[in-house]
Design a protein. Structure first.
Length: 464
């Protein structure tokens, strides 16, 4: 019997389960903490002017992110199936239309698209392990390091190689199933990443322009806050917490009863936020001390941190470790992007988990080629430039924009409407295993009113 099917048979007689509350917290944190925290958060903060953006982002995490994470985990646990089937089962059980399953389709489509470019970026991190280990950064200037980054992007074959390797890593873990693969990996890696980030912050305090970096992150200047920045902040809250993509639903479907969904969601969100802020504190002091443009885009982390590694004692070692851990963080996220699709193929089409993981993974890999080429041979292809809001965006930019800023908030909005309006409050409360107390009422109000209204307002503003 394969590891995966053995997994399936443990505990429940048929379904795989996380072995403990801790295992779920680690897996969900593994999903949440990834490139979004260390690569994306710093660069979009840089592009959107700093403090005020960070404040909106934190607000979105608290008011929208945590309630929706609870809703999604609950949907998964109550349905005990992939997002598509779980939505259908819960809807029909509540006497609602089976069409709610389309929300499941949409979140799986989002995960499909996101993983296609996520893997390409994770490929950058993979290639940086080699640069760091071979001492390429030692004593290098900002220009040299910028040059390394641009020549990497200009070379489709190399990007393709790393993208392929990363997809392979993702497929292998998902093929092995919940316990055999996922659980073991995250237990060790997440704490190690945390410690290494602290080391980087230490370096930034010692050698960077810490005061300026700190002020940039935490002193809000609302004159720099545009409506599109608010949309980006909200979209990123979804992205970084792995919401609107079925990941938390799929992971919730393996969550044992009697584990508090509220507590775990709060813990996971706090850890995710701390990692993002630490990444910001490690990066911006170096950015400012070295005259790098804070708004220089997706290359920010790949240009600022190598500078620090090139100058600090033991930099080759720390740099190598750092990029290894970055890859691991991305890895524990990418598996949660592939899992919902594989779970569905397995349960619905009766496809063997291994085959499902390979089939799903290869299709996503193919779509990833679009992102690979966006940085070089297709860098001039900007298909939607006739619209003001998409001006100058490459295919990679568009995929990122479409998912993070539109599909994820929409998926989250629909999950909130489903839980807040389509299901009865009693069934929801029981599924969350909560008392009818203040906490429940606060959460319920957020999900029913605050979240949908907030997402809609941000949407309408941006369309208008
Ligand atoms: N939350 C991950 C990150 O911040 O890097 C990315 C991600 C993983 C998004 C899984 C969505 C998801 F389902």
């Amino acid at each position: 019997m394969s590891t995966a099917s053995k997994d399936q048979n443990e505990q429940t007689g048929q379904r795989a389960m996380w072995s403990s509350r801790m295992a779920f917290i680690l897996a969900a944190t593994g999903s949440a903490v990834g490139l979004g925290n260390i690569w994306k958060f710093p660069y979009i903060t840089g592009e959107n002017g700093g403090g005020a953006f960070v404040l909106v982002y934190l607000l979105c995490i608290a008011v929208i992110g945590i309630p929706i994470m609870m809703a999604e985990v609950m949907i998964g646990r109550s349905g005990r199936k992939s997002p598509i089937s779980a939505m259908r089962i819960l809807a029909t059980r509540a006497g609602r239309s089976a069409n709610w399953q389309w929300v499941g389709w949409m979140v799986i489509a989002s995960a499909f698209i996101i993983l296609s470019f996520y893997s390409v970026i994770a490929g950058w991190a993979l290639s940086y392990i080699g640069y760091a280990a071979s001492g390429t950064f030692a004593g290098a200037s900002a220009e040299t390091i910028g040059g390394i980054f641009s020549s990497l992007l200009a070379d489709p074959a190399t990007l393709l190689l790393w993208h392929s390797l990363f997809m392979l890593l993702t497929i292998v873990v998902v093929a092995r199933g919940v316990r055999g693969g996922l659980e073991r990996a995250v237990t060790l890696l997440m704490p190690a990443l945390f410690v290494l980030l602290l080391v980087m912050v230490g370096y930034a305090v010692a050698a960077g322009d810490f005061a300026r970096g700190f002020a940039f992150l935490f002193r809000p200047d609302f004159s720099k806050l545009t409506t599109s920045a608010v949309l980006t902040a909200m979209g990123h809250a979804f992205f970084t917490l792995s919401l609107g993509m079925g990941a938390m639903m799929a992971y919730g479907s393996y969550l044992p009863e009697k584990v508090s969904i509220a507590k775990t969601a709060i813990i996971v969100s706090i850890m995710d936020t701390v990692v993002a802020l630490l990444a910001g504190l490690a990066i911006f002091p170096i950015v400012f001390a070295n005259g790098i443009e804070a708004s220089s885009g997706p290359g920010l982390v790949f240009q600022s941190l190598p500078l620090a590694f090139g100058q600090m004692p033991g930099g080759a070692l720390f740099g190598t470790l750092f990029f290894i851990l970055l890859v691991f963080a991305a890895w524990s996220s990418s598996i949660s992007l592939l899992e919902p699709l594989v779970e569905w193929l397995e349960e619905h089409r009766g496809i063997d988990r291994k085959i499902a993981a390979i089939g799903g993974g290869v299709s996503i890999w193919l779509l990833g080629l679009v992102s690979v080429f966006s940085f070089n041979i297709w860098s001039d292809v900007k298909p939607l430039s006739m619209f003001k809001m998409f001006e100058g965006k490459t295919m990679f930019d568009l995929l990122d924009y479409l998912t993070a800023n539109i599909m994820l908030p929409l998926g989250g909005l629909l999950a909130a409407l489903f839980v807040g309006w389509a299901l009865s409050s009693k069934s929801v409360r029981e599924a969350l295993e909560m008392e009818d107390n203040m906490q429940f009422k606060v959460w319920y109000t957020l999900v029913r009113y605050v979240t949908p209204v907030a997402v809609l307002i941000v949407f309408i503003y941006n369309l208008g």
